[in-house]
Write a protein that binds this ligand. Structure first.
Ligand code: UGC
Length: 204
């Protein structure tokens, strides 16, 4: 059973970055704050680095940054011992690119949107040429709210988006692509892991 913890810049730093207005007191981050648009806007930058490592891929195909929209419907939860749980069975990663998910609602009130971010490091390789797999024993599950987006680091294992609640959430998704499916995404089945959704978090 994976414990569900709040998504914060610090707790997620080993896996990527959180897209949110930094809280100086909490986020000892490297984000600088600027006045912009003739002092009618406040700019926080950089919030997330969108990295491409495709030049290290063998395919040598041209690379470009692409924005997509994902309309994610709420995932079905299972009830066990009176608790609601999400059962995870797939993990994926993008070996040569970061991937950012930004809820289009980016609501200031973060109570109406919630999704789960599950990430894991890779298992150490035992033999040359072996395919990397996620180390689910060190997987982490985070609860993200409507005023947070997330950037997965290149090559970081993560679950396909898991939206909670009753309504679909549209995400703007940014990643680099080269048109070669095996370079862009690796997907593996994992032994079903469960994430327990506390009662509060499920009533969204
Ligand atoms: N990350 C996620 O939810 N899905 C995407 O990686 C995808 O391309 O399916």
């Amino acid at each position: 059973m994976m414990e569900l913890r709040p998504l914060t810049g610090a707790s997620f730093a080993a896996f990527g970055s959180v897209i949110q207005i930094p809280e100086p007191a909490k986020d000892a981050s490297s984000v600088a704050v600027y006045s912009a648009n003739q002092a009618t806007a406040t700019k926080y930058s950089p919030i997330s680095i969108l990295a491409s490592h495709y030049p290290t891929a063998n395919s040598g195909m041209p690379v470009m940054p692409v924005m997509s929209l994902f309309v994610c419907v709420p995932r079905k939860l299972v009830r066990k011992n009176g608790k609601q749980r999400f059962e995870l069975s797939i993990m994926e990663r993008h070996p040569y690119t970061t991937q950012s998910f930004i809820p289009m609602g980016l609501s200031a009130s973060n109570s109406d949107t919630a999704y789960i971010v599950i990430v894991a490091p890779s298992l150490p390789l035992n033999t040359a040429g072996e395919d990397e797999k996620p180390d689910m024993s060190r997987a982490r599950a985070f609860l993200a709210k409507g005023n947070q987006g997330v950037t997965y680091g290149a090559g970081v294992w993560h679950s396909p988006m898991v939206v909670l609640g009753k309504v679909s959430v549209t995400f703007a998704v940014l990643m680099w692509v080269n048109g070669v499916a095996k370079d862009e995404c690796t997907e593996v089945e994992v032994v079903t892991e469960e994430v327990e959704i506390n009662k509060f978090q499920a009533n969204l």
